[in-house]
Design a protein around this ligand. Structure first.
Ligand SMILES: *[C@@H]1O[C@H](CO)[C@@H](O)[C@H](O)[C@H]1NC(C)=O
Ligand SMILES: *[C@@H]1O[C@H](CO)[C@@H](O)[C@H](O)[C@H]1NC(C)=O
Ligand SMILES: *[C@@H]1O[C@H](CO)[C@@H](O)[C@H](O)[C@H]1NC(C)=O
Length: 187
């Protein structure tokens, strides 16, 4: 009997919380919250060579067949690059950058990529959080910056930029180790 009563009670609660599916939207006044500024510093290891590359070419143009460059204009790479605390290949991993980049300049003296990548952290305070880069990256320039356009987890609503310096670059095989200094504004 008590069980029956419990069941009936549960049923009533269920009915009570069934949402009204009258509209597909609802609105609330936006209450601005204090934003935080977070600085991040790490090294992205983008390795094209060897048995375990972290970036692989997934598409390219036949216009550039015979091109000796590891990254001819129009080639698209899928990446899962480790983010490490230092430039050494065995330094501690703190996250990974996954996504795509496109070799986007026809002018080889101005090697440029378009990045569509998500930088996620797997340790520390920001474990499970990530920020998104959707930006042009003029790789041939010594100092450059890319735009951060959003984020997940602790980086929800992030915006900001990342300053990039090449720590190592091999033009023959395309391997690169890049120092990132990121400034994020987020909730
Ligand atoms: C590239 O592919 C297109 C379409 O198949 C073809 O018409 C063109 O001749 C090819 N170009 C070269 C350089 O192979
Ligand atoms: C990071 O978060 C994952 C998922 O919550 C958890 O399994 C893992 O142990 C965490 N790693 C560290 C180093 O905190
Ligand atoms: C660059 O890569 C080529 C081909 O893998 C290799 O022979 C050469 O030693 C590398 N250069 C440097 C400076 O690491």
């Amino acid at each position: 009997m008590a069980r029956m009563a419990g069941f009936a009670y549960a049923l009533i609660i269920c009915i009570a919380i069934v949402p009204a599916y009258g509209e597909y939207y609802s609105e609330r006044r936006h209450v601005p919250r204090r934003e935080k500024v977070t600085h991040l510093h790490f090294f992205l290891h983008d390795i094209l060579s060897g048995k375990n590359p972290t970036a692989v070419k997934v598409a390219g143009s036949n216009r550039t067949e015979g091109d000796k460059s590891p990254t001819p204009f129009g080639s698209v790479f899928a990446v899962d690059d480790p983010l490490r605390v230092g430039p050494e290949p065995d330094s501690k991993i703190v996250g990974n950058a996954q996504g795509l980049y496109l070799s986007s300049s026809q002018d080889y003296s101005k090697f440029t990529i378009m990045m569509y990548m998500d930088f996620a952290f797997t340790t520390g305070k920001f474990n499970g959080s990530s920020f998104g880069v959707f930006s042009r990256n003029p790789v041939s320039e010594a100092h450059r910056e890319v735009a951060v356009v959003g984020g997940r987890g602790k980086f929800r609503m992030a915006r900001g930029f990342a300053e990039i310096k090449s720590s190592y670059f091999n033009a023959t095989n395309g391997d690169a180790i890049l120092e990132y200094k990121v400034t994020l504004i987020h909730y």
